[in-house]
Design a protein around this ligand. Structure first.
Ligand code: PRT
Ligand code: ZN
Length: 299
């Protein structure tokens, strides 16, 4: 098999997205042999290899055809799409799936004492950020004329150093902002890890591998929230009980031997089941309720 019959996926070498990316691919049935330099990992279970790189390099590697897919934060991907629109025309990569981990937001934050009412307050101020493209786009859409100070790191200390009046940075718990006497006032982008691909997918054997991987990723993401709910109830209560299931499918129903009009039912729910749901189901006539995790799913 020639090298390009094998699919290549770029993921972050080390950092916030590394463990979850490897875990996701493992759940999709991919196992890799680690090479000594740890930059290239050979796929043992499928013709799919891994490249371990800095997250910022993932979109460029897709654009250059070095790899076919990549896992990267939406913040990085969108920033680079905007950057390429400015210079070399449209970007040659795009987001094809959101992956449900690495959640954070790109937010505007101002010093605690700053009385922020709306974007107009930012006029003529200096805003420090590592995401000049996303910030410029938001300022333009908000019709605000501010000065962007591009920094590659430690953005949160810029107001204290006097190099900027406020910042636009990634926030997850908000602890870093609080520790720097800053408050979040506007969300510019909701972000999470995403699967990125070339704008034009390959037409050879790699295309089948991409389609198969996407099916498996969809299954893995789906089972994270899906539950199998089992219960017994009078047949007449089935409709009322089914309506209470969050994002539930129609139940599979079996009669119970020796108990007229009583049935055993099971349904997949594609949303979280709470104690409240179970209490409501009980009031509607359900008994013997069981909520089971789903291990794998292929629809
Ligand atoms: O070395 P390499 O270039 O690959 O890594 P990196 O240092 O550029 O990236 P890394 O590992 O820090 O982040 C990778 C991706 O994780 C980001 O692009 C985001 O998509 C995502 N992510 C999720 C985050 C955060 N959460 C996050 N909290 N990225 C950064 N942060 C920063 C935030 O800016 C703040 O300074 O973490 C700090 C703590 O956040 P709080 O709000 O929890 O205090
Ligand atoms: Zn980076």
């Amino acid at each position: 098999m020639s090298a390009r019959d094998r699919l290549r996926i770029a993921i972050q070498k080390s950092g916030r997205l590394n463990d979850a990316s490897i875990d996701l691919l493992a759940r999709c049935g991919l196992r890799f042999r680690r090479s000594r330099d740890r930059l290239f990992c050979f796929g043992e279970t499928l013709p799919v290899d891994l490249l371990l790189v800095r997250d910022d390099d993932v979109p460029g590697m897709i654009a250059e055809g070095v790899c076919d897919l990549g896992i990267v934060g939406r913040n990085v991907l969108r920033e680079q799409i905007l950057g390429r629109q400015g210079s070399a025309g449209a970007a040659s990569f795009r987001e094809i799936r959101s992956l449900g981990f690495g959640h954070c937001r790109l937010s505007l934050a101002v010093p605690d004492g700053f009385d922020y009412v709306g974007p107009v307050e930012l006029s003529n101020l200096r805003i420090a950020t590592s995401y000049p493209g996303l910030l410029a786009d938001w300022l333009r859409r908000s019709s605000v004329d501010a000065r962007i100070v591009s920094l590659s790191g430690s953005v949160e200390i810029a107001p204290r150093l006097g190099t900027a009046d406020c910042i636009c940075d990634l926030v997850s718990s908000g602890a870093t902002l609080a520790a720097n006497q800053l408050k979040e006032v506007a969300v510019i982008l909701e972000s999470e890890a995403v699967l990125a691909a070339s704008a034009v997918l390959p037409v050879d054997r790699r295309r089948e591998l991409i389609d198969m991987l996407l099916r498996r990723i969809d299954g893995v993401i789906q089972v994270r929230v899906s539950k199998l709910v089992l219960w017994q109830s009078p047949r007449a209560s089935l409709d009322a009980i089914t309506r209470l299931l969050p994002n539930g499918q129609r139940p599979t129903v079996t009669p119970i031997e020796g108990l007229d009009n009583q049935v055993s039912a099971q349904a997949i729910c594609n949303d979280a089941i709470t104690w409240q749901h179970l209490e409501d189901m009980k009031r509607a006539g359900a008994r013997q309720m069981l909520v089971l995790p789903v291990e794998q799913m292929l629809t």
